[in-house]
Design a protein around this ligand. Structure first.
Ligand code: AMP
Ligand code: MG
Length: 327
């Protein structure tokens, strides 16, 4: 498939004929936990997208993530924890962080927090930043792996860097099939779009670095404070890079109709070749977004057109991803 990551020439470090697909029953969870403890990579389901997990305290294991993804080393990783207590061993959580954790954890919110001195985190995880991105996921299979292993797990999306994110085991296989030995099968991801990333600033301000399933309005309701003015122009969260989630073909947005050479992704009244949501439901659209982009990438048509999606609620995150897919 013509994903942009295919342009990256390096060979897989440890070629596997085929990753082993693990069922998330007790034996599968134990096997995943054992592999992670041994420093191997495991693709794991979360409620957002599939993650490529490694133990966050091992420089070698974390280096393997960057290699498998072809990820630039300036792009730090999100670390997944079981609960607030584990988060506090890694980062400093102030009252705001605790309020957000109480409201949204386990769930699709990542917080960028000060890294705790002496935290057992490989330096490459934070790419040298004094902060660390932490999330407590809700997916039962991922939670079981966190519990069984006792590890904090660094886990970016389980795709080659810059390509479309995976929301099914098949997506993981097509992007990283020869680079990851184990895939834990948790079915299709429910939310389907990456976590919201919020940065809590030392001066008391906060900003959304990446829109996601939890909206800025929900965060500001909990914090009782509006976000800082949009000063976050630096590449602080490289998921914000202009081109990301690239299906490897030109993408045209706001397309009510499509040309003959375009695979048309619909929404609501715009039917398309395949729809994000026939009923115009934004949560369903988010859950189906990456599957639609994967299918569009694999379709015969050389171009992709996408119907307009309203910019409200999680629609803001969908449009954010579509703009980067089109860039
Ligand atoms: P992904 O690779 O899809 O899991 O995305 C991870 C995102 O988290 C990227 O956009 C990273 O830049 C962002 N991130 C991780 N750690 C930090 C941090 N300390 N500060 C800001 N953004 C971060
Ligand atoms: Mg990603």
């Amino acid at each position: 498939m013509a994903y942009s990551a295919a342009a990256m020439p390096d060979k897989p470090q440890a070629p596997h004929l085929r990753p082993q697909l693990l069922v998330p029953d007790p034996a599968g969870i134990a096997a995943a936990a054992q592999a992670l403890l041994a420093g191997q990579l495991v693709a794991v389901p979360t409620e957002t997208v599939y993650g490529l997990a490694a133990r966050a305290d091992s420089a070698d294991a974390v280096a393997a993530i960057y290699r498998a993804k072809g990820r630039p080393d300036f792009n730090p990783l999100i670390v997944h924890v079981l609960d607030v207590a584990q988060a506090e061993t890694i980062a400093v959580l102030d009252d705001r962080a605790k309020q957000l954790a109480a409201a949204f954890w386990p769930g699709a919110l990542t917080m960028v927090l000060p890294l705790r001195a002496g935290a057992r985190i490989a330096p490459a995880v934070t790419a040298g930043l004094p902060t660390i991105a932490l999330r407590c996921p809700a997916h039962p299979a991922m939670r079981s792996v966190l519990l069984e292993s006792g590890l904090a797990l660094a886990a970016p999306s389980a795709n080659r860097s810059g390509a479309v994110s995976p929301t099914t085991p098949a997506h993981v296989m097509s992007s990283l099939g020869d680079r990851v030995p184990l895939v834990l099968d948790g079915g299709a991801c429910a939310a389907g779009i990456e976590s919201t990333i919020v940065a809590l600033r030392a001066d008391g301000g906060w900003q959304v670095l990446r829109p996601g399933p939890i909206t800025e309005a929900q965060i500001s309701t909990v914090l009782g404070q509006e976000s800082d003015a949009a000063t976050s122009t630096g590449i602080e969260a490289p998921g914000q890079l202009a081109s990301h989630y690239a299906p490897g073909k030109p993408v045209r947005l706001d397309a009510e109709a499509a040309a003959a050479d375009e695979f048309h992704i619909g929404f609501g009244v715009v039917a398309g070749d395949m729809t994000l949501s026939a009923s115009g439901d934004l949560a369903e659209a988010a859950a189906r977004l990456y599957d639609c982009l994967h299918r569009a990438a694999a379709a015969d048509q050389p171009r992709i057109a996408v119907a307009p999606v309203p910019d409200e609620g999680i629609g803001a995150a969908i449009n954010d991803r579509l703009r980067r897919a089109a860039a």
